[in-house]
Design a binder for this molecule. Structure first.
Ligand code: ACM
Ligand code: ZN
Length: 526
């Protein structure tokens, strides 16, 4: 063979390769992906065979196919089979793509849904001129951590139910399995409670909101009424929508702090009994629940209604940032400290949380609390969300409690994602570029190996003081959520450069989902 022939041959093959090479990258990275020769072409909806009532997965597939807008509406011999494999673990799946059949094997519906999500990415990445052409392959996949969470604060700003569903679509695509819905705040109470209607009549609305950043002094306010709440019907709709996507919804009902909206609705719940307003400003406020019996009666009745709406095992009780100023000056609170022989107001907080935990446990639920619940003693069955760094998480693990890592430096998506903020939308501060999240290791180095099992996962938090619109939420969340999905799902992450290529390769999917993503891919300074 002479050189010119070799070159022609080479050009021919590289051309063939660009013509036929399929995109096989999935985020988060699957445990095992074996690429085989041959392709499957989907020009129209394959016949769907469903075993073991994997109906949610099958419905997701059906809807995804509709949105692909394939060339032909006729059926061909292509099939997709959702099938039971009893050898797999809870969230595991096997996705097999062959010439004329796709098989998704799973033990549970959740596993089948995750298998679908991988297929969803592959189908959308390989759609051209109304035809999906998939490379034959086998994916065997299961998550590293059992808790993979994303949070959304709807107290500071709230968003339509349609957006909550869109947010869930984003979480589902990346195989997150917990949506932490932060429903009560100083600036607004967002969940309908029938027994206490003033929570919604008064507590769901503020008269005014801070203009600009908290640090812009003097403070100015917009003097515009803002608010609303999610009805029980809407909440049920969200819970069902999440469930159909393998996502559990965790409601957060803050106590004893971040409760100014509740205290403004029922001033008798505070220590002073004074009328306060729903907060127009961001921050930490001293108007917290008093520790008297009436508060527990109130909170227990709220928990009754909340527990009925959310079928999952967790109720988040907050527990963070509760100044003890009013408790120190309150006869009721001081009487409890004396009666219960407590050392101080921190132990009173522990009494408060433990008492609520007992009630929540009696309803078959478990509490999660921010790491302040470690102060003054930890409620016996609590899961701790470590946000003020990782120390709280380590301490809780040492006490044999389960821990969800969400250290603010790494997991707070309300931070800036670019160093140069001149063109960035206003944020609370901080700097958490995507690479920082990508490099995050949820198990702290200093934690003894025997305690690793207590770190059940990690979560990204989205506090919305400065996010007035859902577009802004999307900008803060995407693409950093891709990095977090790798952290909580993948055993082995590719290099950051490869990850960047994978994410940018998925921009067309985000466009199709109408997600307003940022394009920052800043490197950490080494
Ligand atoms: C928190 O960021 N206050 C949990
Ligand atoms: Zn009090």
């Amino acid at each position: 063979m002479n050189w010119s022939k070799i070159i022609v041959f080479f050009i021919f093959f590289s051309h063939i390769n660009t013509l036929f090479s399929q995109k096989n990258d999935i985020i988060p990275t699957p445990t095992e992906q074996t690429i085989n020769s041959g392709f499957m072409e989907i020009e129209n909806s394959p016949k769907i065979i469903t075993e073991n009532n994997f109906n949610s997965a099958a419905t997701l597939f059906k809807n995804a196919i509709k949105k692909l807008d394939l060339n032909s509406k006729k059926r061909t011999k292509n099939k997709i089979k959702f099938s039971l494999n009893e050898k797999l673990s809870e969230e595991e799946y096997i996705l097999k793509i062959n010439k004329d059949q796709i098989t998704i094997e799973a033990l549970t519906e959740t596993g089948a849904i995750f298998g679908f999500q991988s297929l969803y990415q592959l189908m959308n990445l390989n759609l051209k001129n109304g035809v999906v052409k998939l490379q034959n392959q086998v994916i065997k996949d299961s998550p590293r951590f059992k808790y993979r969470g994303m949070h959304l604060d709807v107290g500071r700003h709230m968003y339509p139910i349609a957006f909550i569903k869109k947010y869930l679509d984003g979480l589902a695509m990346l195989k997150f399995n917990n949506f932490h819905w932060h429903l009560t705040e100083d600036q607004g109470w967002r969940i309908e409670i029938e027994k206490y209607p003033e929570l919604n009549n008064i507590g769901s609305y503020r008269d005014s909101t801070l203009i600009g950043h908290y640090s812009d002094k003097p403070w100015q306010f917009d003097k515009t009424r803002y608010g609303g709440f999610y009805t029980k019907k809407e909440i049920k709709e969200v819970v069902r929508y999440a469930e159909e996507r393998g996502i559990n919804v965790i409601p957060e009902i803050e106590m004893p702090g971040h409760s100014q909206a509740a205290v403004s609705s029922y001033p008798e719940l505070g220590c002073t009994g004074e009328q306060v307003g729903v907060a127009p400003l961001w921050g930490v406020f001293k108007e917290i629940y008093c520790s008297k019996n009436e508060t527990f009666d109130f909170l227990e009745e709220i928990i009754d209604e909340v527990a009925e709406l959310f079928p999952g095992k967790y109720i988040h009780i907050g527990g963070d940032e509760a100044p003890k100023t009013n408790w120190k000056a309150c006869g009721n609170c001081q009487n409890i400290i004396n009666r219960e022989e407590l050392k101080d107001e921190h132990e009173l907080q522990n009494y408060f949380i433990t008492r609520m935990e007992k009630y929540i446990n009696s309803k078959g639920k478990q509490i999660i609390g921010w790491d302040e619940i470690l102060e003054g003693g930890l409620a016996p069955n609590a899961t701790v969300m470590s946000w003020r760094g990782v120390i709280g998480g380590i301490e809780a693990a040492k006490m044999n409690h389960e821990v969800i890592m969400t250290p603010n430096a790494t997991c707070y998506l309300d931070h800036y994602q670019a160093k140069d903020i001149s063109n960035e939308p206003l944020a609370i501060g901080g700097y958490t570029p995507i690479e920082e999240i990508y490099n995050y290791e949820p198990i702290p180095e200093e934690l003894d190996k025997s305690l690793h099992k207590y770190i059940i996962g990690a979560q990204g938090n989205v506090w919305t003081e400065y996010m007035k619109t859902s577009d802004h939420v999307e900008y803060m969340v995407f693409p950093r959520i891709f990095a977090l999905s790798e952290v909580v799902w993948a055993e082995d992450r590719p290099s950051f450069n490869d990850f960047e290529n994978k994410v940018t390769g998925m921009y067309p999917i985000l466009d199709k989902m109408d997600i307003n993503y940022s394009k920052h891919f800043e490197r950490l300074e080494k």
